[in-house]
Design a protein around this ligand. Sequence first.
Ligand code: CO
Ligand code: CO
Length: 344
Amino acid sequence: MTAIRLTSLSHAAGCGCKLGSADLSEVLRHLPAVADSNVLVDAATRDDAAVYRLSADRALVATVDFFTPIVDDPPSWGAIAAANALSDVYAMGGKPLFALNLVGWPRGKVPFEVLGEVLQGAAEVTRRAGCLMLGGHSIDDPEPKFGLAVVGEVHPDRILTNAAGKPGDLLVLTKPLGTGIMTTARKRDLVSEAALGPAIASMTALNDGAARAALQAGVRAATDVTGFGLLGHLGNILQASGLGARIEVGKLPLIEGALDLAANGAVPGGTKRNLEAARAEWDPALTEAERFLCCDAQTSGGLLLAVSPDRLDVLLGALRSEGTLARAVIGELVAGPTVARVTR
Ligand code: CO
Ligand code: CO
């Protein structure tokens, strides 16, 4: 274990450093419009990765993701960053092929030995994913940053996108919520390093099994739940599919302790921004802590899958065989305005 507390070098707790949803719109509107028939998915639908068709049966999936230290243990940070970056390939129904490291490092302030441990943690996860680690880029940076660019492949007819939701589809979530709250609680010393175990186990778990199960069950609409929280990423599906949703808070899988910690104020800035930006109709009976959980900025969260009711049993069976951390039916897509109606 290192004597340096990595999270103290980060300007914000956990996902708090992520730009808000409105900020992202400001960034995206400066991207040039793309008209190329081989571009199957671009930023327009706020999907998890870009998809570019190479031939009738092969398309490239490309994504990049990096952030400041979210936990103090260097290999765990590397593993979380890797699982998080790979997840955007899985969220498109793809299979990762190779990855490149992105490193910002405070040289002279934090020994390169620690960076070595971060890289090892990441390499262990990419190895588990069957994804080759081929290089990367590093710069001197006052704040440590780490992540991956990942290139994967997908069959052009089997892409999982935000735009493919149908009214009546049931929403299934494959990991518990609460990693933003747990890591913030740890940063403020409200919980021990050991109490962070379940959150770290969740954030280092790959979404590969969830993606395989989704494809097996014929799912077409999916995303992963990361910095914009459950309602933010669900909102991308609603916007792209032109639908509304109904969510039941009582069905949400939660990391143990997260609800109490949220009630005690362990809420990252990103989660607060997500709640402000959420297009939701809240049941007045819901507590503020419950609303925070619905919007908690996740790192390396689970897949959110929209499945037609007649395929639900196949999906749940496949998720069980894959051993996903959760397989909770949390609500459904409905016709109507692009709002999530949230009840207990
Ligand atoms: Co994503
Ligand atoms: Co991403």
